[in-house]
Design a binder for this molecule. Structure first.
Ligand SMILES: NC(=O)c1ccc[n+]([C@@H]2O[C@H](COP(=O)([O-])OP(=O)(O)OC[C@H]3O[C@@H](n4cnc5c(N)ncnc54)[C@H](OP(=O)(O)O)[C@@H]3O)[C@@H](O)[C@H]2O)c1
Length: 342
């Protein structure tokens, strides 16, 4: 038995008020049959985790919840019957522990870690063996912790649904977690990322990562025209739509014939209209993405084995500074991912 208690954070909620992030010493649950105990070394934050804390995320709102979906660590003990992993394996948890492959089912959605059930902001986490995937050796704990939500979402938008091909123009909005991972994956796919940002300094960083074109969406309000111009007038073949209601019209206006838009986010607010006639007239497709399955995560990891992308981590916070990591996410100053080391 590695340890009996561990350091953990809980979101403690009272009614509809925002939850309070509270540090506790929690019992370590020893693995039962088909369960795996992992010493978590790093976790990452997603915009969703801010919504969960505020009580603005759909689904159940437990009075006490271990937050965050995304974490990576080392297997330290296995229960009877475990065959998928061994002690010492480097693993990450999957976003929906019940969605292993194929189409999602409504009942899987409630299993999202750090949403309706306890997540990863804990030094030790025990989950069914099915909920873990093995990591490529080259990824650090911090890098691996960025992948389960933002990485799988970007991958599914680009590949599972988008089928991005070399040379495709790929539109990315803003320089947050999904978009920067999308940029890095697009480059690894030999596609041509075009990225918007409200900051010239962030656009300069994006160019260094391989953006083929950049547009400041604060100073260029009709940024869709600039995006289209950057493609020589044909429009992009892929778009990862993370902005939502306010950006969707311009994202659709940026889309070329036969293009694909992955409907992912709601940074401006969730929603927006998809004009059927426009899609039909241009043979375009739109798909809704909600992270993905374990098989999707494993497809991403298989790709990374051959194309060793190193996810961009903006800042790493110490375990004791978890509240500051949340504040930093809220500030919007980030470029890429925000990580906590445990
Ligand atoms: N459907 C899914 O499965 C899924 C998975 C992951 C994320 N999401 C959603 O996707 C969105 C992005 O998530 P994330 O974790 O990547 O966010 P994030 O890391 O917090 O991204 C923040 C960045 O986005 C840009 N931004 C902020 N407000 C914006 C707005 N109104 N319009 C356009 N860009 C804006 C800013 O970039 P600049 O400073 O460069 O301007 C900001 O730094 C969120 O709504 C999240 O809930 C959905």
């Amino acid at each position: 038995m590695p340890t009996e208690t561990c350091r953990q954070y809980q979101l403690q909620r009272n009614g509809d008020a925002p939850a309070v992030l509270t540090r506790v010493d929690a019992p370590v649950r020893q693995p039962g049959t088909h369960e795996v105990l992992v010493r978590v070394h790093a976790v990452s934050l997603n915009r969703r985790d801010a919504y969960v804390k505020l009580g603005q995320y759909p689904g159940p709102k437990p009075a006490t919840l271990v937050p965050l979906s995304d974490g990576a660590g080392e297997v330290v003990a296995t229960g009877a019957g475990v065959t998928r992993v061994r002690t010492g394996d480097r693993v990450a948890a999957i976003f929906f522990p019940q969605w292993l492959e194929g189409r999602p089912r409504p009942e899987y959605m409630g299993s999202a870690l750090g949403g309706g059930v306890d997540g990863m902001l804990s030094q030790y986490v025990t989950l069914n063996e099915n909920a873990w995937v093995k990591l490529p050796e080259y990824l650090s704990w911090e890098e691996a912790a960025t992948l389960p939500c933002a990485g799988v979402t970007a991958w599914n938008g680009l590949m599972t649904r988008g089928r991005t091909r070399p040379g495709d123009y790929v539109l990315l909005l803003g320089t947050g977690g999904v978009s920067i991972l999308g940029l890095q994956l697009a480059r690894a796919l030999d596609a041509r990322p075009i990225i918007t940002s409200s900051s010239d300094e962030k656009l300069e960083r994006a160019r260094k990562l391989g953006a083929a074109a950049t547009v400041n969406c604060r100073t260029t309000l009709d940024w869709d025209q600039a995006v289209r111009a950057a493609t020589g007038g044909i429009g992009v073949q892929q778009a990862l739509e993370v902005g939502g209601k306010d950006t969707l019209p311009r994202t659709l206006a940026s889309l070329g014939a036969g293009g694909h838009v992955a409907l992912i986010g709601g940074l401006s607010s969730f929603g927006g209209e998809i004009p059927a006639g426009v899609l039909m007239g241009s043979n375009a497709t739109a798909s809704g993405i909600y992270v993905g399955s374990r098989a999707d995560f494993e497809a991403l990891l298989g790709f990374l084995e051959k194309h060793p992308v190193r996810p961009v981590i903006d800042r790493v916070f110490a375990f004791d500074d978890a509240a500051a990591a949340y504040d930093y996410l809220d500030s919007g100053n980030l470029f890429g991912k925000v990580v906590i080391r445990l």
